[in-house]
Write a protein that binds this ligand. Structure first.
Ligand code: MGD
Ligand code: MGD
Ligand code: SF4
Ligand code: MO
Length: 907
């Protein structure tokens, strides 16, 4: 850290970040270091630090080294940050900071960080072209943005400008999205959360909110499909890692289906290597055994799912009562009744109703999974039938079907077993089906929304303060079937897929084609449509506005992405570094570091990253600047506020923000002045909490808490009605409408996946068409890296370099041996189309025999402005063609990244 003049050794840093964890498994989960100020903070380091913990100030704020946004404290001495620790006053992070978070200090003081706006002087764009960056004034930078964005929209309309951003600065992304729409009226946007497509939708449908998790504290059996949640990623990583570890020590059994043994597989009781893209088959086989063995929660299926629905066998459609419009169940007395008055619905059976041959939804489910025997799936997934039987039996038995427990005086079903999954199951075609097959297992064992089961992060909120319901939400009910609706992901406004399916128009309005996918959240078709504007009769964007992202590396093949970027007439970038995408930017505006800025409500409303649970109160943390921004670089809020001001759009911008953040009229900042970010933070807090807990209070105290009640965690604790789907009749409703719309618009659109029950279907790369091309590359996330940029951090880079699997290609040792390959060999991975990437091999027992695995999959940075990251790691995603509709899941916009490659040794 020579540039800051401080003597903090790397050893001191690693100690602060949990030396044991880092050296043992590069896990990166730190033990809580933040006790009360001035007490034993020095004990975070075994060696004497260069500063006194009692000196200077400990300022509470929020980490942004990954999207979890844990609460932290920054030790600031003489205006210099000398250490970052967790903030034990906050449930967000629970006092922990991980290795990435502790390394934030190196980003703050990184001399390669950009802090002054620049414009390109070399008009030629390409990875091999020096953009010829020239420093400009902020005034000129704003003018260039304003002029070019406006001109494109005046020239070609609102679709001429596309905004891009993702999770690197999540609330900033929300503000970016709002600002571009409000100030310029742009209509297009692009993102690449190839993690949640399908997962979020199923979690919405089953838990009433877009993110769900095992109720770790009460759970005894966790099955994970394609995720390292709670061991390296997600689920408010620092909030979960300790609880999950404690519970494993207490006997929680942990099973991981993953082609690679990453952080999750390493810590699991059982790692199940599975062939990529086949999870649906494994999950349906588990369902098969649960059903066969009677390990199902009949009561739950009858009373909390739509399983008893009467389905017309001829059409596959549920029967609705003509008078009330409500679905029909068969009562024990042999008469069909609407779901809400049927006293004892029959879960199974075949009946004749109104002259129609009917079966219950559950009978059809049972018949449907009959073919998915453990033996049947073995050939598809490579998982031994006996393993599936064993896991199914353990899961079903761990669920304690029939038992109840009392929580805060309320008797609730106790189902301490949960099946979870994330990006591994979504990065494939038919991802919606995979997620569906996986998460439905929780319905079978009755653990959906049960104590110890699979619960939404924040399905219901009665308000963040007593007597102020301003910040409150609750999923409504879709009356025709009595199914729960949901609260949206970030801002928790009411959301209903059923309403979209039944009542919306389906005409796509953007390249993302969202309207024709009523059960999707992601505008990923933009990646196809921008490349092929004729395909869906869309208008390609001319100008791109990239905020806190690296879009060249987001998706598939980088040369394809580069071509798209070359074709934009103007590209605006807002970042902290000159990443690879910046080689295609025309102007770059630096954002200050997260330690130099204030963000009004860092976790918005629907927290997305903060898990719920009774042990985690509603927590409103502070994100305040702890040091002055280098060269006065602004935050994104300030930057967009400035653009709004220049465009004369303050009123529009601020009132939209007011609506998003539920600001009460009496607390609004003036609408006719440039946005004052601190004043806005104040108005949000007073509106959503109370007068006392304003921004000044939060700056001092760091965090405001309000206890969660039992009905905010377990949605049926108040005895209210509500069911979740098992038989997805609405998919069939959607199918007809999607097909009609596609025909009307004369566009190609796949609709085969609109079924009422989940299936496994082969995705891309499943078949080996040339025996030389037999390897499937996959990638994973570890605890010390964040997406495509953290390797630039010297501390993180050093850890990656010490990790034998850090920047290498990991391959199963036995497969390597049959190919005459060994650790240390330089190898090339190439596709049948001739695209290739190269790297150094490291063998292990921790990879499926058909796979190779790397961290990230989008590394191998080409930016010389990020010297630590330059050329490190292997970008396997470059091998995947990214602009073909054949790779898209047409239900939820997931993208198939499976491709068979040849591996060969090179000199
Ligand atoms: N440390 C850290 N934490 C993060 C992030 C970060 O960058 N760093 N990013 C955040 C974000 S935006 C996200 S989306 C999440 C990602 O969180 P996760 O989804 O938990 O992370 P990954 O490691 O990418 O998980 C994908 C896993 O699926 C496996 N996999 C690949 N294909 C298949 C398959 O077909 N089937 C199965 N069963 N497994 C498969 C991979 O080997 C990998 O282990 O993490 C969040 N948290
Ligand atoms: N191969 C591969 N591709 C992936 C993934 C993967 O794991 N592997 N993950 C996918 C997923 S799930 C996601 S969510 C996306 C993630 O995509 P992004 O969130 O776009 O992440 P990155 O591509 O790493 O780009 C982040 C950029 O933000 C900058 N940055 C960091 N902090 C700030 C800040 O505070 N302000 C500003 N202005 N800039 C900042 C960094 O310098 C970096 O250039 O990528 C997707 N694509
Ligand atoms: S998990 Fe993410 S937000 Fe939390 S301390 Fe680590 S890097 Fe920071
Ligand atoms: Mo993501």
């Amino acid at each position: 850290m020579s540039e800051s003049g401080l003597n903090i050794s790397r050893r001191g840093f690693v100690a602060g970040a949990g030396a044991a964890a880092l050296t043992a498994g590069l896990a990166g989960c730190a033990s809580g270091t933040a006790e009360k100020e001035g007490t034993d903070l020095a004990s975070t380091s075994p060696e004497k630090m260069a500063y006194d913990p009692n000196e200077g100030e400990w300022i509470p704020t929020t980490c942004n080294m990954c999207f979890n946004n844990c609460s932290i404290k920054a030790h600031v001495v003489d205006g210099v940050v000398v250490e970052l620790t967790g903030n034990s006053d906050s449930s967000i992070g629970r006092g922990h900071i991980c290795g990435k978070g502790a390394a934030g200090i190196m980003m703050l003081y990184d001399p390669n960080r950009i802090t002054k706006p620049m414009k390109r002087t070399n008009p030629k764009k390409g990875f091999d072209e020096d953009p010829g960056w020239e420093e400009i004034s902020w005034d000129e930078a704003y003018e260039l943005v304003d002029t070019n964005v406006k001109a494109a929209i005046e020239r070609s309309g609102p679709h001429a400008v596309t905004g891009m951003s993702m999770v690197a600065s999540q609330i900033g992304s929300l503000v970016r999205h709002t600002a571009l729409g409000v100030i310029y009226g742009n209509a297009e946007g692009s993102c690449s959360d190839i993690c949640g497509a399908g997962v979020h939708q199923l979690e919405y449908l089953l838990t009433g909110t877009g993110n769900a998790r095992p109720d770790y504290l009460n759970c005894n059996y966790v099955v994970q499909f394609g995720t390292n949640a709670g061991t390296a990623t997600r689920h408010g990583f620092n909030m979960t890692a300790e609880i999950f570890a404690d519970r494993r020590r207490e006997g929680l059994r942990h099973v991981v289906f993953d082609p690679h043994m990453g952080a999750a597989g390493e810590k699991a009781d059982l790692w199940v290597p599975i062939r990529p893209g086949t999870d649906a088959a494994a999950a349906l086989a588990i369902a098969n055994v649960l059903v066969e063995e009677g390990l199902i929660d009949v009561e739950f299926l009858k009373t909390r799912t739509n399983s008893p629905s009467l389905v017309d066998v001829a059409t596959g459609r549920i029967l609705f009562d003509e008078a009330t419009g409500k679905s029909l169940y068969m009562d024990a007395d042999g008469t069909p009744k609407t779901y809400d008055v049927c006293a004892d619905p029959q879960l199974e059976g075949a009946f004749e109703v109104n002259g129609k041959q009917c079966k219950t939804g559950f009978t059809l489910y049972k018949e449907h999974v009959a073919k998915y025997t453990p033996e049947y799936q073995e050939e598809i997934t490579t998982v031994p039938a006996a393993t599936i039987r064993r896991i199914a039996k353990e899961l079903g038995e761990a669920a304690c079907i029939g038992q109840t427990t009392t929580v805060d005086g309320v008797e609730l079903p106790y189902r301490p077993a949960a099946v979870d999954g994330f990006s591994g199951i979504t990065r494939h075609k038919h991802a919606f089906h995979a997620c569906w097959a996986v998460f439905t297992l929780n319905n079978l064992i009755g653990s959906t929304n049960a104590v110890g089961g699979f619960c939404g992060f924040d399905p219901i909120c009665n308000g963040w303060a007593d007597g102020n319901p301003n910040m409150a939400w609750k999923p409504g009910i879709w009356e025709p079937e009595g199914l729960i609706d949901c609260a949206g992901l970030l801002l928790a406004f009411p959301n209903s897929y059923y309403k979209k399916v039944y009542e919306s128009d389906y005409t796509p309005t953007t390249m993302g084609m969202l309207e024709i996918q009523p059960i999707s959240e992601d505008n990923h078709f933009e990646h196809v449509a921008q490349a092929h504007p004729d395909l869906y009769h869309t208008q390609a964007a001319e100008v791109a506005f990239c905020y806190a992202c690296n879009p060249i590396k987001w998706w598939g093949n980088y040369d394809e992405q580069a071509e798209i970027f070359k074709n934009y007439t103007y590209v605006v970038g807002i970042d902290m570094f000159l990443n690879e995408s910046s080689y295609f930017y025309d102007v770059i505006l630096p954002e200050c570091c997260y330690l130099e800025r204030t963000e009004p409500l860092p976790h918005a409303s629907g927290n997305h990253r903060v898990i719920g649970g009774l042990h985690n109160p509603w927590t409103v943390p502070v994100w305040q600047k702890v040091v002055e921004p280098r060269d006065g670089a602004p935050s994104s809020w300030e930057l967009f506020g400035e653009l709004a001001n220049r465009a004369g759009k303050n009123a529009e911008f601020i009132s939209t923000l007011n609506m998003m953040f539920r600001v009460k009229e009496e607390y609004s900042v003036p609408l006719d002045q440039k946005l004052d970010v601190e004043a806005f933070a104040d108005s949000v807090l007073k509106s959503n909490i109370d007068e006392e807990h304003d921004f000044a209070w939060l700056k001092e105290h760091g965090v405001y808490d309000h206890p969660r009640t039992v009905d905010e965690v377990y949605i049926w604790a108040n005895g209210e009605p509500g069911r979740v789907p098992m038989y997805f009749d609405f998919m069939l409703e959607a199918k007809g409408k999607v097909e009609a719309k596609a025909a009307e618009l004369d566009i190609p659109w796949e609709t085969d996946d609109y079924q009422a029950l989940p299936d496994w279907k082969p995705g891309c790369g499943h078949e080996i068409t040339d025996p030389d091309y037999d390897i499937l590359p996959v990638y994973h996330t570890d605890a010390i890296n964040t997406d495509s940029w953290l390797m630039e951090n010297p501390y993180v880079n050093e850890i990656n370099e010490e990790n034998p699997y850090g920047y290498t290609i990991e391959m199963n040792a036995a497969t390597a041996a049959t190919k005459g390959l060994a650790t240390g060999d330089k190898v090339r991975l190439s596709t049948q189309e001739g695209v290739s990437v190269e790297g150094v091999l490291a063998t292990s027992e921790g990879v499926h025999t058909e796979c190779v695995s790397v961290i990230g999959g989008h590394w191998g940075s080409k930016s010389k402005y990020m010297p630590h990251a330059l050329d490190k790691g292997v970008p396997v995603v470059h091998l995947v063609p990214g602009q073909t509709p054949e790779r898209m899941d047409h239900i939820c916009s997931a993208f198939d990244q499976c491709i068979r490659v040849k591996i060969e040794k090179i000199a």
